[in-house]
Write a protein that binds this ligand. Structure first.
Ligand SMILES: C[S@@+](CC[C@H](N)C(=O)[O-])C[C@H]1O[C@@H](n2cnc3c(N)ncnc32)[C@H](O)[C@@H]1O
Length: 309
């Protein structure tokens, strides 16, 4: 018999069957996102985000480059350099001092504000150290007011982002739309990674509870489904969708999900379009309209993230 996993804490009875939300209906996608395209997905989504908001604050909690020798796939760089430069505040956090220096070099290499292109004054703030300790400072630095549109990338490697940190960000705004989250959920190596962790407190902090061991009994889509449920129930997001990111070399198996949590009504469709178009040439912004995008997504979508809205 498998153990029941509940949303509210450790199970009361150990011998009940697994009973969580229906699994995701991820079909075979015509538009798979491979691991190497993740940063393009982030970049493309923020392009659409800007189309809607015309401004915004961006927080990247784990912002150093995954590969120090391949800055073309570095999401902080893509987002910083993306035009139009309408994001007003970027807060980039990073633990590694070497990567903090890379972030500073990247910031220093940015061109000055182009007033003729109506670029707003932009602030790029870099915070070195553990993001879990610095999340409060990052939120203050992001200058998020009631009407500020804000997006936070939590692109951890495996277990670095504490559940409490997600909660801090999700609950930060009490008026207006909550800060949108894009959270990395490891899948392909999750069960192996559990056994490599010597100190269970690391997993307790990552999962925010001590029943992470029960994830070992679940299939990957069910783990994603459970995380989506927790984001909705514990943080109050109206839409939480897990977008699969696949490994091209391992027969397209899912390596991880990027969990998109938002309560902006247009955002899930914008993410759907970003997922479909992540590697296509960018559409000129002046030819894009939110209404056009929403219509396209209503009739023609065939992206992979379904369910759990
Ligand atoms: C997966 S990488 C981020 C990849 C990046 N988004 C990209 O596009 O290349 C995770 C980053 O988080 C950093 N990191 C690890 N633990 C951290 C922590 N507790 N606080 C802040 N940064 C951390 C690592 O040094 C690494 O640069």
């Amino acid at each position: 018999m498998k153990t029941k996993v509940t949303e509210s804490g450790p199970p009361l009875f150990q011998d009940l069957p697994v009973q969580i939300a229906p699994p995701f209906s991820f079909g075979v996608s015509r538009y798979p996102i491979w691991t190497k395209n993740k940063s393009q997905l982030i970049d493309r989504y923020l392009y659409y985000f800007i189309l809607v908001t015309k401004h915004g604050s961006y927080i990247d909690g784990f912002s150093g480059p995954q590969r120090v020798n391949d800055s073309d796939l570095w999401s902080a760089k893509l987002v910083m350099e993306r035009q139009p430069r309408w994001l007003r505040t970027l807060v980039l956090c990073e633990l590694s001092p070497t990567k903090v220096r890379m972030l500073e070099e990247l910031r220093n290499a940015q061109p000055p504000r182009n007033a003729t292109k109506k670029e707003p004054r932009r602030e790029i703030k870099i915070i070195g150290g553990d993001f879990n300790a610095n999340a409060g400072a990052a939120l203050q630095a992001a200058q998020i007011k009631d009407r500020t549109a804000a997006f936070c990338l939590l692109d951890q490697r495996t277990f670095e982002c504490h559940w409490k940190t997600i909660k801090t960000i999700a609950r930060f705004k009490s008026v207006g739309h909550k800060i949108e989250l894009f959270y990395f959920l490891p899948i392909g190596w999750l069960k192996r990674a559990f056994s490599g962790v010597r100190d269970n407190a690391i997993l307790d902090r990552w999962w925010g509870r001590s029943d992470w061991d029960e994830l070992k009994n679940l299939a990957s889509p069910d783990i994603a489904s459970l995380v989506c449920q927790r984001f909705r129930k514990e943080f109050g997001y109206s839409s939480v969708v897990a977008w699969p990111i696949r490994n091209r070399r391992h027969r397209g198996s899912i390596m991880y999900y990027m969990i998109h949590a938002t309560d902006h009504p247009a955002a899930p469709k914008l993410m759907g379009r970003a997922y479909r178009k992540a590697v296509d040439p960018f559409e000129p912004l002046e030819q894009l309209s939110l209404r056009g995008i929403l219509q396209d997504e209503a009739v023609g979508s065939d992206h992979a993230g379904k369910g759990n809205r």
